[in-house]
Design a protein around this ligand. Structure first.
Ligand code: AMP
Ligand code: ZN
Length: 465
């Protein structure tokens, strides 16, 4: 099977490093809010990769982390920790926030038939491993201490910028004004931050109380669970220039070689041709799609239509046609179920080899879906074709063996409902205390998530856009 490697910018034949178990690391979600459908596209791509490897007879050892500390509001070293910020805003502990959004995430990937990776480690459970990693980098000379933390010295690592093909010396001229003058290079990044007493999440370390940088968690957990060398690392394309560049630098600094051989990145999902962002209110969740009448399987079908390396533009027209197509496909397939028409073995073999060729050509799922459509439309109706289609669905994962469901019910998740009601109550309290700025903040933040509040005589109600 062929895959495209971002590191070499080449498509090549994949073979596992050792035995027939493929070791994979995927950057998991930062659990400070609901994962949106863009995030989900990346995990659907990760799932196609898993399923295609399984189709080819490989076993999998796959780790996907849960980022519950360290990811700052920017992907670099600026701003507050995302967990800290949400905890402060929602008046909860970061651990409560993490637990809630992790469970919603895991439930959502299950609804999308995304196989759960064998290992789902949490960053906060691996602080010791991260500290040891940072100590190692200090020993090998790739890290240095400043008054506010431990930083990676990118000038020591000659391959820095290889993954993203960026020259950091050229970029230096245009770099933002540095807040931290102790850094040796503007692109040096934090491995460990010393915490001030107000920071909620902090741990003891050889450098006093503090918390890890974001990038170190993936290097430390990858090493712990997959070893010094593993086969594949995945993530979204936004991770190429910062997060993954830094992961490579960290591992090379400690071990003298990169950990992952293949780096595979999923392209972004756009909405109406533009960026998805909370401030534009277009970061839909699976629940919101469901409320609008699109089941998770319709969304998955929608994702099948673009190669993972291509941008995918989300529109509701696109979802409507995905919904229709999925229904039509199932109707066609139903005609084959139990049918006794005779189809040549040669025809069946051609179909399956076309399908396999597509998935093994760098996960060409849109082409593979086309082959399934050709099977479904085949004039002679035969249960042998039905069986073949269901076999192909072990890759597509769109429940082709299940009867089409009725229009999904308006199922506002009860947890979401509870959370919104809590926010409404907090807003009411703020209004009573004449803290109108806080009341507006709550309203605006909900609006940014598509949750619109309406004040009526009977109280405040909400609708989800
Ligand atoms: P985060 O929770 O921000 O760490 O993101 C989780 C995953 O979603 C990462 O692999 C990101 O690269 C990916 N991601 C974020 N936004 C999008 C998007 N609009 N389309 C596709 N993937 C995305
Ligand atoms: Zn990562």
């Amino acid at each position: 099977m062929k895959l495209y490697n971002t590191l070499t910018r080449q498509k090549g034949e994949f073979t596992p490093l050792k035995d027939d178990t493929v070791r994979i690391y995927s950057c998991g979600p930062t659990v400070y809010g609901y994962a949106h459908i863009g995030n989900m596209r990346t995990y659907v791509f990760m799932d196609f990769l898993r399923r295609t490897l399984q189709w080819n007879g490989y076993k999998l050892l796959h780790a996907m982390n849960i980022t519950d500390v360290g990811h700052l509001v920017s992907d670099g070293d600026d701003g507050e920790d995302k967990m800290n910020k949400t905890a402060r805003e929602q008046k909860k502990t970061p651990w409560e926030i993490a637990e809630y959004y992790t469970s919603v995430f895991l439930r959502d990937i299950e609804r999308l038939n995304i196989q759960r990776p064998e290992l789902v480690p949490k960053a906060t459970m691996h602080i010791q491993e991260m500290i040891e990693f940072v100590q190692g980098l200090l020993k090998t000379g790739y890290a240095y201490e400043t008054s506010d933390g431990i930083y990676y010295d990118i000038k020591k690592f000659k391959d820095y910028g290889r993954l993203s093909r960026m020259n950091f010396d050229e970029n230096q001229a245009g770099a933002r004004v540095e807040v931290n003058s102790e850094k040796r290079h503007p692109a040096d990044f934090a491995l460990w931050k010393k915490a001030d007493p107000t920071h909620i999440m902090q741990w003891e370390s050889p450098w006093g109380m503090g918390y890890p940088g974001w990038h170190i968690e993936c290097s430390a957990m990858g090493l712990k669970y997959l070893g010094e060398e593993f086969d594949i690392h995945t993530g979204g394309v936004d991770h190429i220039p910062i997060h993954h560049e830094n992961e490579i630098a960290q591992t090379c600094g400690l071990l003298g070689h990169p950990a992952a051989k293949w780096w595979i990145h999923g392209e972004f999902m756009l909405v109406d041709g533009g960026k998805m962002s909370k401030s534009l209110g277009n970061t839909y969740t699976l629940d919101q799609l469901q409320e609008k009448g699109y089941s998770p399987m319709v969304f998955r079908y929608f994702c099948l239509n673009a190669h993972y390396s291509q941008k995918l533009n989300f529109t509701f027209e696109g979802m409507d046609s995905a919904k229709k197509s999925l229904r039509n496909l199932k109707n066609q397939i139903k005609k084959h179920k139990g049918a006794d028409g005779q189809v040549d073995e040669e025809v069946l073999a051609t179909f399956i080899s076309e399908f396999e060729e597509a998935i093994n050509d760098d996960l060409n799922i849109p082409k593979a879906l086309g082959v399934v459509w050709n099977m479904a439309r085949y004039e002679t109706k035969s249960n042998k074709l039905y069986d073949l289609i269901i076999r192909c669905d072990s890759i597509l994962g769109i429940d082709l063996d299940k009867e089409d469901e009725e229009e999904p019910e308006n199922t506002v998740d009860s947890d979401l409902d509870r959370e919104i009601k809590e926010q409404i109550a907090l807003r009411l309290e703020a209004k009573k205390a004449k803290n109108y700025a806080e009341a507006d903040r709550i309203r605006n933040e909900l609006a940014a998530r598509g949750i619109i509040l309406t004040d009526t005589k009977e109280g405040t109600t909400y609708t989800i856009k």
